[in-house]
Design a protein around this ligand. Structure first.
Ligand code: C2E
Ligand code: CA
Ligand code: CA
Length: 706
């Protein structure tokens, strides 16, 4: 044997045999000797031995006993053993079966013995080398595999900490540090790298009632060595348990960029959803958002009672026109802020469009009152010159199967029933309102036929000179005599006809009747007084309106100064330029224009500067009762005064008492109209009135022209 000196253990109870073998091998081997099996094992366990020559027959423990003990001990099992035996046959076979590598016969033939030992050693060394190679190869393969994985591979024990037993370079890369740094700082407890908010979740998953074979897949964040936070995807398999703690093989992959994309997509989603559900100006829910949220809100609170409350600003358009869009927007945002402040966590709220807000709040009268007064006082705090009035329509939710849209419609219906009403700013929906809708439906079905069938009649209400106390003009007011329902007053159908457009047809009819009446007065030689007709704002949009009107009076040969035209200021706020143009043309033809219901809106004073009307009609019904000394009374006085300053006459309408009449006279208002003088009367009666004299209460005064 060359170079390496191997160690050989010779075991025999006969010393002479030991000496013979020592003689054969001592030149090339380090020789150890044992006289029995027990001694042999002791030597084997205490030092490295490369080959054993073992005598079969020995006292205490024979050769087979030693062989067996060696094969059972993993540290010794691979050491080649040659059995030395005196008798052939049975022992040889037994030796080979028990794992001996070869046998030699006594007495020893030195050449053969040496050759056999040499063969065995060579074969053994070769095998070992091969094994080592194979092991190295597979280790290298594993390492390259482990290193080619874009992430960390590790084996660790999970307890209250994570003690690492193996990790690849990928882990160091993941952590952004050198392997040395990793070993020093993280290997002892890998749980330190988990981003603290995620720690409980991750450790919980790893320790949760784990059994071998169970795997854990989750995404969590880690804090790199440079403190950067990254997302990893962890796949760990619990492959065995030690001291009751799971040992995991794990792969961690950096998924930060895809996670970031996912988060970005999620954020985008949230943003889109926000846009879809929110109003861009005020950032409260829009119609869609409000309806969907309210629907789930009601499901989440099945045992409480709620109402839908709609909110509108009276003549919001005017605010925009007077103060500009910015101030208008500020009003809306102030309302939205106020809703946020008082309703967050209590109910749902939103803005449907323009000045139209809606909320779903507890069915608690006191709370609703609180919301209404708070919002209203918020408006007052804005310090605008004109008071901003809010109107509320309330629908108590009784049937939760009804769609939220329908609930809102009902609250809106309630609201619309009080809009423009000066002494009521909220109303609760009830079924009568629903019946009103049905009535409106009936009216639509019947109106055309009613007009053709002569169910509409023109009544005339005289207008008196307050000073002279005599009839000076009149106003035409329409009445509907329905065959079943009886007399329907215009308040019940005019607003509706304005909505569906039928008013244009009806007004044309009324005008024709009035012109017919004026022609009859003239023909019969009675004293003529001007009669005014109400113009719907819809007519002002008709470019042919002036021509038609002129055609009408020419046809009946009536002079234009006898047909007066009443318009309301809302026509001005709707479309100021259009109104100014039309008025200009009408006045050029010789028609007098009356501004109806003056003082009921916000734009009144402002508008007066621009719209050239001839007469102002002031509605006395806005005067609370008979209080002719209050604040409203002095406002009225200054309006009359101002009207005179710019060359306009004034008519007070709705005069019901003598106090009102004398007050108006005192403040130099010229004309009066109202039940105190006369109710609206059929046109035949009016003709008679013209005959019988034109003085109110029999007091005589000379005729005057209003
Ligand atoms: P308006 O033009 O302001 O008409 C005056 C209303 O006040 C009339 O109600 C009249 O009957 C009522 N009135 C008169 N004196 C008194 C009084 O002393 N006390 C009270 N409480 N009320 C008084 P009416 O006839 O019910 O008409 C309501 C509204 O319907 C009118 O208000 C007008 O805007 C509209 N309207 C009436 N007829 C026509 C029409 O032929 N065409 C158009 N477009 N609108 C009409
Ligand atoms: Ca009128
Ligand atoms: Ca009026």
């Amino acid at each position: 044997m060359e170079n390496a000196r191997h160690t050989m253990l010779l075991v025999d109870d006969t010393e002479i045999n030991l000496d013979i073998l020592e003689g054969i091998f001592e030149a090339d081997f380090i020789i150890l000797k044992a006289l029995n099996g027990k001694q042999a094992l002791k030597v084997l366990k205490s030092q490295k031995v490369d080959i054993v020559i073992l005598d079969v027959v020995m006292p205490e423990m024979d050769g087979f006993g030693v062989l067996e003990a060696m094969k059972e001990d993993p540290a010794l099992a691979d050491i080649p053993v040659i059995i030395a035996t005196a008798d052939e046959g049975e022992n040889e076979e037994r030796a080979l079966l028990n794992g001996a590598d070869d046998f030699i016969k006594k007495p020893y033939n030195p050449v053969a013995v040496y050759k056999r030992v040499e063969n065995i050693l060579v074969k053994h060394v070769l095998e070992r080398e091969k094994l080592k190679d194979a092991l190295n190869n597979s280790k290298m393969e594993f390492q390259s595999l482990a290193d080619s994985v874009p992430g960390g591979i590790s084996v660790w024990k999970a307890e209250d900490k994570i003690s690492v037993r193996y990790y690849n370079d990928g882990w160091c890369e993941l952590m952004g540090c050198t392997p040395e740094r990793f070993a020093e700082k993280y290997a002892e407890d890998l749980s330190k790298v988990i981003y603290p908010p995620d720690r409980e979740r991750v450790m919980g998953a790893l320790l949760a009632d784990s059994k071998p074979g169970r795997s854990v897949h989750l995404e969590h964040r880690i804090v790199r060595d440079d403190q950067e936070v990254r997302w990893v995807n962890l796949s760990a398999v619990h492959y065995k348990t030690e001291d009751g703690a799971p040992i995991y093989r794990a792969v961690d992959i950096d998924v930060t960029s895809s996670k970031e994309n996912e988060i970005l997509a999620e954020q985008r989603n949230v943003e889109l959803r926000h846009i879809l559900e929110h109003d861009s100006l005020t950032d409260v829910y829009n119609r869609y958002g409000f309806c969907t949220r309210t629907s789930s809100f009601l499901k989440d609170h099945p045992d409480e009672k709620y109402v839908i409350m709609q909110l509108d600003i009276e003549r919001f358009k005017v605010v925009n026109e007077l103060y500009g869009i910015d101030v208008g927007d500020k009003v809306l945002c102030t309302l939205a802020e106020c809703l946020k402040k008082h309703l967050e966590g209590i109910g749902v709220f939103g803005r449907f469009e323009a000045d139209h807000f809606v909320m779903c709040i507890p069915d608690d009268r006191e709370f609703q009152e609180h919301v209404r007064t708070t919002l209203q006082s918020q408006m007052a705090d804005m310090g605008l010159r004109h008071e901003i009035d809010l109107y509320f329509g309330i629908y108590p939710i009784t049937d939760r199967d009804m769609s939220v849209e329908l609930m809102c419609d009902r609250a809106q219906l309630a609201l619309e029933s009080i809009k423009g009403n000066y002494n009521q700013n909220y109303i609760i929906y009830d079924d009568i309102m629903n019946q009103k809708v049905l009535l409106e439906q009936e009216i639509t079905n019947e109106m055309e036929w009613a007009l053709e069938g002569g169910q509409f009649q023109v009544y005339i209400q005289p207008i008196y000179s307050l000073k002279e106390n005599c009839l000076v003009s009149a106003e035409a007011l329409v009445r509907w005599f329905h065959p079943e329902k009886g007399m329907i007053s215009p308040g019940d159908f005019i607003p509706f006809f304005e909505k569906n457009g039928f008013i244009v047809k009806l007004d044309a009819y009324v005008r024709e009747k009035v012109v017919e009446l004026l022609a009859a007065v003239k023909k019969q030689g009675k004293r003529s007084v001007p009669v005014s007709v109400n113009l719907s704002r819809l007519e002002l949009y008709d470019p042919d309106f002036c021509n038609k009107l002129v055609g009408l009076i020419e046809n009946y040969q009536v002079s234009p100064e006898y047909l007066r035209l009443e318009i309301t200021e809302s026509a001005y706020t709707d479309n100021p330029q259009q109104l100014l143009d039309t008025i200009g043309v009408l006045r050029k033809y010789g028609f007098d224009i009356l501004m109806d219901d003056f003082g009921s809106g916000y734009s009144s004073l402002n508008m007066l500067k621009e719209v050239p009307v001839d007469i102002l009609k002031l509605d006395m019904r806005f005067l609370a009762g008979n209080d002719v000394f209050g604040r409203e009374a002095s406002i009225l006085a200054s309006i009359v005064h101002m009207a005179h300053d710019i060359g306009m006459a004034t008519v007070a309408e709705g005069i019901e008492t003598e106090e009102q009449a004398s007050f108006l006279k005192k403040i130099a208002c010229e004309y009066g109209q109202g039940y105190y003088y006369s109710r609206p009367i059929p046109s035949e009666k009016f003709l008679e009135l013209l005959d019988s004299g034109t003085h109110a209460e029999g007091r005589r005064a000379s005729g005057s022209k209003a």
